[in-house]
Design a binder for this molecule. Structure first.
Ligand code: 13P
Length: 263
């Protein structure tokens, strides 16, 4: 199903729950979400939820037993399949739970847990090798925006993150542009600013992986996405979805974001 923009890219709206909701709360949240969304919503938009690791099995069971067409997502993984890496989870372990999308390189992982561009690249490749789709996050700090280096910063993250990934695999990926100053702050990039950076990301993908990949890759915006600002962001030609933090915890708000066409 093509997006409203006629570019063939179906929008993807993803809820990153971060470190919120235990498995009981997670079950309730996806059940409530499933009551709010209907087949016309799923026809127009792909939807994923990214609970903490401890909730994945419970959420998988609800989605599969109730046949809810919401994709299961994870927030993180290691790049090795298995081994002596205390506390980590390997991509095949997620694939076994029918996880479809894995976030790689979220700014909280980069800034709080020391993830480098090189680690993000290894994770992207490992996620693809395990048959899942990476949602690779990029974005600038406030100081970088104020110094006018947003494009440079984001382009270098895209280049490093995609190194060695074949063009057809890049085209099947998702890249999330999340300006760090807009995450959890209530500040959102203007649709024009978000579009400008997403346009740069698409052109860097074109340079690295070819025009087919650039035309196919889905680019999400993230950073204080709410029911009231989703439609104007989604109207931008290079924005193909949203990576939603805080507002995805509440099934009422998240379903309104998924149904942005009707707001
Ligand atoms: P908020 O929507 O809470 O700003 O979080 C955005 C985000 O980091 C999603 O990954």
């Amino acid at each position: 199903m093509a997006s409203g923009g006629g570019n063939g890219r179906k929008p993807l709206i993803s809820g990153n729950w971060k470190m919120h909701h235990n498995h009981f709360e997670a079950i309730q949240t996806v059940q409530k979400l499933s009551y709010q969304l209907g087949s016309d919503d799923y026809a127009a938009v792909d939807v994923s939820v990214h609970p903490p690791f401890t909730d994945l099995r419970s959420v998988q069971t609800v989605l599969e037993s109730d046949e809810v067409p919401v994709a299961l997502g994870a927030q993180h993984c290691h790049w090795e399949d298995k081994g002596a890496f205390t506390g980590e989870v390997g991509p095949p372990m997620l694939a076994k739970l029918n996880v479809a999308y894995v976030i790689a390189g979220h700014s909280e992982r980069r800034d709080l847990f020391g993830e480098t561009d090189e680690m993000v690249n290894r994770k992207v490749r490992a996620i693809i090798a395990a048959g899942m789709t990476p949602i690779m996050c990029v974005g600038e700090h406030l100081e970088e925006r104020e110094a006018g280096t947003t494009e440079e910063r984001v382009s270098s993250q895209v280049r490093a993150g995609l190194e060695g990934v074949p063009g057809e695999q890049v085209g099947a990926m998702v890249i999330a542009y999340e300006p760090i100053w807009a995450i959890g702050t209530g500040r959102t990039a203007t649709p024009e600013d978000a579009q400008a950076v997403c346009g740069v990301i698409r052109s860097v993908v074109g340079e690295l992986a070819g025009e087919a990949a650039a035309g196919a890759v889905r680019i999400q915006y993230g950073g204080s996405v709410k029911p009231t600002n989703t439609a104007e962001l989604m109207a931008q030609p290079d924005i193909d979805g949203a990576l939603v933090g805080g507002a995805s915890l509440d099934p009422d708000d998240f379903s309104r974001i998924v149904r942005y066409r009707k707001e």
